[in-house]
Design a binder for this molecule. Structure first.
Ligand code: FAD
Length: 362
């Protein structure tokens, strides 16, 4: 009889582990959402109607032998997972891949694809009515969203406010931030840095309705719509008593170099939920997944030396609309708009359609 591997969370890390072990184990992928959500393209989907449906990719083609169970984990013990539905699955190995939540539209907070698409359409309609947009956060999400909005509606005024003195935290060279500033300047995005709002706008985020706010530094900003583009929430309350010591105060999960929870033989973690010291990226989640799949395979085949994961250096492709963006990786240095658009203009959609075994309708 094959061993059971339960993967909790069907995001970038979870689908990669599940697929890599489908041939050797009975894989059960637990995920509350109806489809995979390609959230790397969520900000484009909020402004471009051609992308609204594309970011929802069915799980049907992901696994050949294994199953995708539409449910969520409420309690995880070293050899069993309890689900919201009341089902209990006994597992030989468990992989925690529950990621993080970010304010909409960076990540969607609905389980049904149709609800997600309806929400994106409603946001686009609200944005279309607004002349002036305020984005809070000059990290990758705020800047990418500014670039998308300016590409879709060049005449809208877009202001980005952030308490940090410069754009995008992370270990990037000055040249990277200088090129970002240059392209944002060309797009006409206004940056108000080193200060934050005295009070949040009185309207709900993502809803059109005029407001004026003032920053701590005394800058008055009048806009018609605003979006929070910062912060990530981590929900790991599902960890049972044996696993709870691995949970840090911020909710992230500590892992050893073989990506198991400290002191645990059967429970691994991948992706944004881990406390690994690196940028939280889909690319990293998939690299974790490779190591975890290799290690579970080794254990299923009787044991041996387990592979180690080394956190990645900071690297990013930050799009500013379909034709712009800035890239940094130590191997290539800083790349400007053309090469960045070549790398990420398609937002890696084809790669995930292929991974999920989804048919490309063109
Ligand atoms: C706008 C934006 C653009 C980005 N662009 C890039 C990019 O270009 N390149 C890149 O590498 N990274 C990018 N990222 C980062 C990337 O999206 C994350 O690093 C990635 O989503 C992490 O994958 P994950 O599998 O750890 O978690 P997630 O993708 O967050 O998936 C977690 C899954 O777990 C499920 N889940 C949660 N709780 C439970 C539970 N209790 N039981 C069962 N399932 C549960 C959730 O429903 C979700 O589907 C971007 C992020 C944003 C917001």
């Amino acid at each position: 009889m094959a061993s059971t591997v339960v993967v909790i969370g069907g995001g970038y890390g979870g689908i990669s582990v599940a697929k890599a072990l489908d041939d050797i184990a009975d894989v059960v992928l637990v995920e509350p959402r109806e489809t995979f959500v390609h959230n790397v393209a969520a900000l484009r989907a909020a402004v471009d109607p051609d992308w609204t449906e594309r970011i929802f990719i069915p799980y049907d083609g992901l696994l050949t032998r294994g199953t995708v169970l539409r449910d969520s984990a409420v309690r995880v013990r070293p050899t069993a997972v309890e689900l919201r539905s009341g089902t209990r699955i006994v597992a030989d190995y468990i992989v925690l891949a529950t990621g993080t939540r970010s304010p909409y539209p960076a990540k969607l907070d609905v389980e049904q694809a149709a609800d997600g698409a309806a929400k994106l359409r409603a946001t686009r309609a609200e944005l279309a009515r607004a002349d002036r947009v305020l984005l809070l956060g000059a990290g990758p999400v705020g800047l990418e969203f500014a670039g998308e909005i300016k590409s879709a509606w060049p005449d809208k005024a877009v202001t980005v406010v952030d308490p940090a003195a410069d754009l995008v935290s992370g270990r990037f060279p000055d040249e990277f931030r200088a090129e970002l500033r240059r392209q944002l300047g060309e797009l006409g995005v206004e940056l108000v840095l080193g200060t934050s709002l005295r009070e949040l706008p009185g309207t709900d985020p993502g809803r059109t309705g005029g407001f004026t706010v003032t920053t701590g530094s005394g800058v008055e900003i009048t806009a018609d719509i605003w979006f929070p583009c910062y912060g990530a929430a981590i929900d790991t309350d599902y960890l049972g008593p044996e696993l709870r010591p691995a949970r840090r105060a911020d909710g992230r999960i500590t892992v050893t170099t073989d990506l198991r929870l400290p002191g645990q033989h059967t429970v691994f973690a991948v992706g944004d939920v881990t406390a690994l010291p690196e940028l939280k990226m889909a690319r990293a989640a998939q690299a974790h997944a490779q190591v975890v799949a290799e290690n579970i395979r080794t254990l299923l085949q009787g044991g041996g030396t387990l592979a180690s994961y080394r956190p990645e250096e900071d690297a990013i492709v930050l799009p500013l609309g379909p034709k712009g963006g800035v890239t940094y990786a130590s191997e290539v240095g800083v790349l400007g708009a053309g090469p960045s658009a070549d790398l990420k203009g398609g937002l890696f959609l084809d790669m995930y359609l292929e991974l999920l075994g989804a048919v490309v309708a063109r």
